[in-house]
Design a protein. Structure first.
Length: 179
């Protein structure tokens, strides 16, 4: 359909033990603005966007694009997961591949929600794009993110310097039938 590739979007909501991954709705707008204006969330992401700018510019239904899941806990948005194909990725090893990104509200860090939600999103990806790898870039200083990528099965492709920091590019290859 779009950047992600030939896939029907949105899929039916994905249920995990504690969470639901679903398309965004108008009721997510406040959490979306909170997430994108949080200095804590953006410590390793180049800084947050100003809240007043987000209040003006975020559409009534925020973040509706193929590959973007809202992560819902007990009926409220706690985070966002994005799977985006990057034809122009600045690292040649990642060009044309789908890139995983994740942002969770600080009050829910430390409960395993990010790992649970990202694993479910990757399972969905494997089911619709069998055999395709997924890439991910994160700062090495982002310790929580580095732990998460290891749990999700990403392995290092390269480290590089960009945006005044050391960056880590990882790749996750899907399980093969013999695994
Ligand atoms: C990166 C980020 C998503 C990680 O969130 P997180 O909550 O630390 O990650 P997890 O879901 O893996 O949970 C971590 C901890 O919860 C604990 N936990 C508590 N209850 C748990 C449960 N029931 N199941 C699993 N883990 C549980 C685990 O011990 C785990 O700690 P560990 O990594 O030491 O084992 C979060 O820090 C964030 O949103 N950061 C800002 C955005 C960002 O930097 N994104 C990177 C973009 S590339």
């Amino acid at each position: 359909m779009t950047e992600l590739g030939p896939v029907a979007w949105p899929p039916a909501p994905i249920r995990t033990e504690r969470l639901v991954l679903r398309e965004s709705e108008a009721r997510d707008r406040a959490a979306f603005i909170e997430l994108h204006s949080s200095a804590e969330v953006h410590t390793y992401l180049g800084g947050p966007r100003p809240r007043d700018e987000l209040e003006r510019e975020v559409p009534e239904v925020p973040g509706r694009r193929p590959g973007t899941f809202v992560v819902d806990l007990d009926g409220a948005m706690i985070g966002q997961i994005q799977l985006v194909r990057e034809p122009e990725h600045h690292r040649p090893a990642a060009a044309g591949k789908v890139d995983l990104g994740y942002l969770f509200l600080p009050r829910v860090w430390g409960f395993g929600y990010a790992a649970e939600a990202c694993a479910a999103a990757l399972d969905w990806f494997d089911s619709v794009f069998p055999g395709e790898p997924v890439v991910l870039a994160t700062q090495t200083a982002n310790v929580a993110s580095m732990r998460l990528v290891a749990k999700l099965g990403f392995t290092e492709v390269e480290r590089f310097h960009a945006w005044d920091a050391e960056q880590w590019l990882g790749m996750r290859s899907p399980a093969t039938p013999s695994d």
